[in-house]
Design a protein around this ligand. Structure first.
Ligand SMILES: NC(=O)C1=CN([C@@H]2O[C@H](COP(=O)(O)OP(=O)(O)OC[C@H]3O[C@@H](n4cnc5c(N)ncnc54)[C@H](OP(=O)(O)O)[C@@H]3O)[C@@H](O)[C@H]2O)C=CC1
Ligand SMILES: O=C1O[C@H](COP(=O)(O)O)[C@@H](O)[C@H](O)[C@H]1O
Length: 512
């Protein structure tokens, strides 16, 4: 094996372990997992006895798999910094491969032999099994691992597995999947991935709320008017038409990513950063999202589908002409909805959500709109219209936090204007190149499940979404066309207008 290069890390190395990747020849491994592992190696936080074992039906031996990965990493770069050959050699020398079918017990016997050989060489029996596979294999692979006795933990050896998304397609299927996984492993061995939780700004919500004295006292229905959560993408469905047309924006984004953002903003302070303390608070708030009655979905939910248009100067086809999408498709590529949270803190405060593809700009943000100040002093002055204060957490791109408030325009007459106080991560901190998976992989290797979804988090998300899925199935929520490159269907504006609000514009400058 190649010796570890000396690189500065701000965290201790994760314990030694074999990372077994099912789906090792697939897209996720190539595009995100390997670049992330490279970045972790570059940071110096992988143990000298760290090993990767790929499992896939695509024929490879160790050498040809290493070559395949080297080509892939060259192709994608190490996600924003030039490849350091020394680090890559260090990592690649720890990679092996098992060819096999996920449905065949022999695959797991070969894997077992491989893990036993590694244990003989290194004295370490830790293993993490990463399911970078299509969801129909999540439960079967876990069951095969259980049957092959690969999930039994020793006194000094952990056995964990990571499950990718999507986790179920509704509440019933998510429960069924949880039941099958929990039949072969304990909850603390299961790491359900939600890559939004790996985003630095999402994690920063807890620092903002609980590490400062000034925000939490005003973080409730007494001061907050409403909250807007946006996850706008410029990309269309690209090559994922088959998956996306059967899924839609609601299932793809809301019960997982968007509700995780909502939970970060709306949960009660946990009594520690212990994983279960945090995840219990998240579950509580997601469970408190009011479940819509069938008829309510028509007024609280807007679905959209993109039509031909132009995004960032490039033509985009009508969604129904995208590869592997039905020409009659009614699947939504955009969804906006109003959520109410039935708890003491948030009673009566609407949380508006919108997410969609082929929109004018890429922007993920959480905007807390505060109640207006009493207008007594300025009530007769047309130059002094009071606007609400808005705190925006910019999740991506250009991560940061900004606060909008009113200031006097210089001059003899009193006039008010809105100004922004703006914190940008990039101005203060140097961040390491990242795919977004590094923190999550490191945490899983280190045994910290805080940023992974517990079974009850997932089920709570689906429970809030299920009534909407039923209303859609019953044909009660139409799908409205919107031009690619726009801000979504106009009905999304109506959704807020009927409550007297407006979305923050998707296309707006953030002054420096
Ligand atoms: N790709 C991405 O950017 C992202 C993916 N994900 C999730 O990651 C997971 C994997 O996605 P992705 O990498 O795109 O999928 P891929 O289809 O690219 O990769 C899956 C791999 O598993 C192999 N495979 C399929 N069936 C078997 C079998 N019976 N036995 C052995 N090997 C088999 C496939 O081989 P073959 O090609 O021959 O079928 C392929 O190499 C999914 O859950 C997805 O939702 C999540 C976020 C982003
Ligand atoms: O999980 C998914 O997320 C991406 C958006 O993630 P981001 O990190 O690029 O913002 C989305 O495009 C995809 O449809 C969905 O499956």
């Amino acid at each position: 094996m190649v010796e570890a290069p000396v690189i500065q890390a701000d965290a201790p190395p994760a314990p030694p372990c074999a990372l077994v990747i099912f789906g090792a020849s697939g897209d996720l491994t190539k595009r995100l997992l390997m670049p992330s592992l490279y970045n972790l190696a570059h940071e110096g936080v992988l143990d000298a006895n760290f090993t990767i074992i790929g499992v896939d039906r695509v024929e490879h031996d160790d050498a040809s798999f290493r070559e395949h990965l080297t080509d892939a990493v060259e192709e994608f770069g190490a996600k924003s910094h030039p490849l350091d050959r020394e680090v890559w050699q260090w990592l690649i020398s720890r990679i092996g491969y098992v060819t096999g079918d996920f449905d065949s017990p022999e695959t797991y016997e070969r894997l077992k032999t491989r893990l036993a050989d590694r244990q003989g060489e290194t004295g370490d029996a830790n293993a993490v099994f990463y399911m970078a596979v299509t969801p129909r294999f999540f439960a079967p692979i876990a069951e095969h691992l259980g049957a092959a006795d690969l999930l039994t933990e020793g006194e000094n050896a952990f056995r964990r597995f990571v499950v990718e998304k999507p986790f179920g397609t509704d509440l019933a299927s998510a429960k069924a999947l949880n039941a099958r996984l929990l039949a072969v492993a304990d909850e603390n061995q299961i790491y359900r991935m939600d890559h939004f939780l790996g985003k630095e700004t999402v994690q920063n919500v807890m620092a903002l709320r609980f590490g400062n004295g000034m925000f939490e006292p005003i973080w409730s229905r007494g001061y907050v008017d409403h909250v807007q959560i946006t996850a706008a993408e410029t990309v269309g469905v690209e090559q994922r038409g088959r998956f996306y047309d059967a899924t839609g924006a609601l299932r793809d984004m809301v019960p997982n990513h968007i509700f995780q953002l909502l939970a970060m903003v709306a949960m009660e302070p946990p009594n520690s950063f212990d994983a279960d303390a945090v995840r219990t608070e998240k579950s509580k708030v997601i469970q408190a999202i009011r479940q819509m009655r069938l008829g309510e979905a028509a007024t609280h939910v807007v679905r959209g589908q993109y039509r031909a248009g132009e995004v960032l100067g490039k033509p985009v086809a009508d969604y129904r002409e995208e590869p592997d999408v039905s020409p009659e498709s009614h699947t939504e590529t955009f969804i906006a909805m109003k959520c109410l949270i039935d708890n003491w803190r948030w009673n009566g405060v609407p949380f508006y959500i919108r997410t969609g593809k082929a929109l004018a700009t890429r922007r993920t943000e959480i905007a807390i709109h505060f109640k207006k100040a009493p207008g007594v002093l300025f009530r007769n002055d047309p130059d002094c219209e009071l606007a609400p204060n808005v705190l925006v957490i910019h999740v991506q791109p250009d991560e940061g936090i900004s606060l909008r408030f009113a200031a006097k325009v210089p001059g003899r007459k009193v006039r008010l204007s809105e100004v922004d106080m703006d914190f940008r991560y990039a101005d203060y901190f140097q961040s390491a190149p990242s795919t977004g998976y590094e923190t999550l992989i490191y945490d899983c290797l280190s045994g910290d499940p805080t940023l992974f979804q517990r079974a009850d988090n997932i089920e709570a998300g689906w429970a809030a979404v299920d009534p909407i899925l039923k209303a859609v199935e019953a044909g009660m929520v139409d799908v409205h066309g919107y031009a690619a490159g726009s801000s979504g269907p106009t009905m999304a504006d109506v959704l807020l207008a009927q409550d007297g609000f407006q979305w923050l514009p998707l296309e707006r400058d953030r002054p420096r």
